[in-house]
Design a protein around this ligand. Sequence first.
Ligand code: GDP
Ligand code: MG
Length: 193
Amino acid sequence: MKIHSAEFLLSASTTKEFPAGKLPEIAFAGRSNVGKSTLINSLLNRKKLVKTSATPGKTQLINFFNINKKFYFVDLPGYGYAKVPESVRWKWQNLVETYLSERKNLKNVVLIIDCRHNPTLHDKQLLEWLEYYKRPSLIVASKIDKLNRGQVQKHLQRIKKDLSIESTPLGHSSVQYCRRDEIWKKLAFYIES
Ligand SMILES: Nc1nc2c(ncn2[C@@H]2O[C@H](COP(=O)(O)OP(=O)(O)O)[C@@H](O)[C@H]2O)c(=O)[nH]1
Ligand SMILES: [Mg+2]
């Protein structure tokens, strides 16, 4: 995909703030700190369009980015961060669940899992949820540069088995920029369909 423009549009804290119009959307979901914002930057070839953070739990809003004035990338707040107060967590969950279940523009949800760890209960619940709402998803295993070459396949197969999914997750590293073309090819299909 050739990126001509990539601009931050808005941060939504309520459903009323979601952008109007019909542009297709690709959302990025996963545990806090798994590499959602980094993957977006890596796909767009931008270093700092989306703020990344070594401190987990920073993004509490749904952030929309307008790409090529043709579609949106949507950075969802990360889940599973223990230090967030219950009341705040409930609010995010509500916002994200409404977005995922009702948003007509949403074409695909990229679920990101850290390749080094087993998928969490939250990851599994989200996937079941997406299946229930018949939302197509793409599983990306992040940070594969943290594993030895020989270990990568083993870890990808373990994630596949653990999530009971049909295709092997795509392993990605924002350090080595690997498999970006493959991820784009899959996403382009949903953006264009
Ligand atoms: N080595 C390595 N570090 C990564 C990779 N992706 C993300 N990170 C780091 O992981 C941390 C969290 O990334 P971020 O994108 O902010 O996670 P988010 O909370 O899911 O949006 C940051 O310190 C990133 O630099 C990757 O592919 N390889
Ligand atoms: Mg983030």
